[in-house]
Design a protein around this ligand. Structure first.
Ligand code: ADP
Ligand code: MG
Length: 398
């Protein structure tokens, strides 16, 4: 993928409309406070580059699902407060229930070079998620250039990404540039051995990823809830573990496909079992052939973790999507943490995609030791599935 980036634009004195991902989690205890500012921080390099190079920066984002109408519950005010605190007088919030109106246009026209402004939640307008032409035109009318740096929504064709990109000269920001550079290389021309670790709850969520990776990788390590559908299909007793009965045939087909592609698939050889998914329950480690009928496997066992870590150690490229167990609960987090550690210690190019997997890496405090933790949940999955992301496709090529 050879997309124009902000560095290919002459931004001095220009109004640059930037789609960022400020869809941040808000604090449940303290109204108007941001619970996690990772996404804002991730957008700062692009914002600073534009501002330092003399652009008038106009930021836009969605927040939550206001369903196409102005709703103070989803106002970007908490983000505006954060940016005001961060940039001081250089920053201006220009909110309107219409997102763009005459007053907003006037305020934008008063911006000085280097100033940074934020519009109101783009999903206050019903046209946003329908990629409505009128709304896209209104947004585009505010600026000379468009930059997309919201990877997390790039798998959707909305007015604020695809719509405006079809009107204004466009480029990607640093965040999207890194996403497509690192993940793109892994999928197009990876260094081998290429190992992929797949987990998470369901096979059905990951079919596309498995099918795409099966033609590219050397080894697939399967853990998480999805492993038990594979194991059951192979004739194992899985007790009360997660099962998608209608995906058993598909699992066997995927195993066959892997074999035809000379891809090695490894499944758990031991597991952590319990009566129920609950903190504080009694747990037991058993071999994969010894899951009792009334128990549920909720994490990979230590032997499996070691087996997986060994494979990761020898790899040159590692792509991980999906936790190995119910990592949210301490009793079932060990397998996920061990795999996270193996990635952190590896010399390979390591990539983590998926919302929960990214969270698990963060919780383990190992984010800095991973080559790339993708910032988009759904978007990184679709990227790993080999799909075109419309928000990126819409940007001009170099
Ligand atoms: P990602 O967001 O990284 O793509 P998923 O959403 O597919 O990952 O899966 C994450 C969820 O899978 C977590 O909530 C976790 O609790 C659940 N999970 C993992 N292993 C199991 C298991 N053995 N049984 C039930 N749920 C599991
Ligand atoms: Mg998830």
């Amino acid at each position: 993928m050879n997309k124009k980036t902000v560095k290919d634009l002459d931004v001095k004195g220009k109004k640059v409309l930037v789609r960022v991902d400020f869809n941040v989690p808000l604090s449940k205890e303290e109204k108007g406070k941001i619970a996690d500012d990772t996404r804002i921080k991730a957008a700062i390099p692009t914002i600073n580059y534009l501002s330092e190079n003399g652009a008038k920066v106009i930021l836009m984002s969605h927040l939550g699902r206001p369903k196409g109408e102005a709703n103070p519950e989803f106002a970007l005010k908490p983000v505006a407060d954060y940016l005001e605190n961060f940039y001081g007088g250089q920053f201006r919030f220009i909110p309107s229930p219409e997102v763009v109106d005459e007053k907003v246009k006037e305020e934008v026209s008063k911006l000085e070079d280097g100033q940074i402004a934020l519009l109101e939640n783009t999903r206050y307008r019903a046209e946003e998620t329908k990629n409505g032409e009128e709304f896209a035109k209104e947004l585009a009318s505010l600026a000379d250039l468009y930059v997309n740096d919201a990877f997390g929504t790039s798998h959707r064709a909305h007015a604020s990404n695809v719509g405006v990109a079809s009107i204004l000269p466009s480029a990607v920001g640093f965040l999207i540039e890194k996403e497509i550079e690192v993940m793109g290389k892994a999928l197009e021309s990876p260094d081998h051995p290429f190992v992929s670790i797949l987990g998470g709850a369901k096979v059905s969520d990951k079919i596309g990823v498995i099918e795409n990776l099966i033609t590219k990788v050397d080894t697939i390590l399967i853990g998480g809830g999805m492993a038990y559908t594979f194991l059951k299909a192979m004739g194992k007793e899985i007790g009360q573990s997660l099962l998608e009965e209608d995906k058993m045939d598909l699992s066997l087909e995927l195993m066959k496909k892997a074999k035809a592609n000379e891809v090695e698939i490894l499944l758990p050889i031991d597991v952590v079992i319990a009566d129920k998914i609950e903190a504080g329950v009694d747990t037991e480690i058993v071999d994969i052939d010894s899951i009792p009928e009334d128990k549920e496997a909720l994490d990979i066992g230590p032997k499996t973790a070691e087996l997986f870590a060994d494979k990761i150690k020898d790899a040159k490229t590692v792509v991980w999507n999906g936790p190995m167990g119910v990592f949210e609960i301490k009793e079932f987090s060990n397998g996920t943490n061990e795999v996270a550690k193996a990635l952190a210690e590896s010399e390979a190019v390591t990539i983590v995609g998926g919302g929960d997997s990214a969270l698990a890496i963060e919780m383990a405090g190992l984010k800095d030791k991973i080559t790339h933790v993708s910032t988009g949940g759904g978007a990184s999955l679709e990227f790993l599935e080999g799909k075109d992301l419309p928000g990126i496709t819409a940007i001009e090529d170099k």
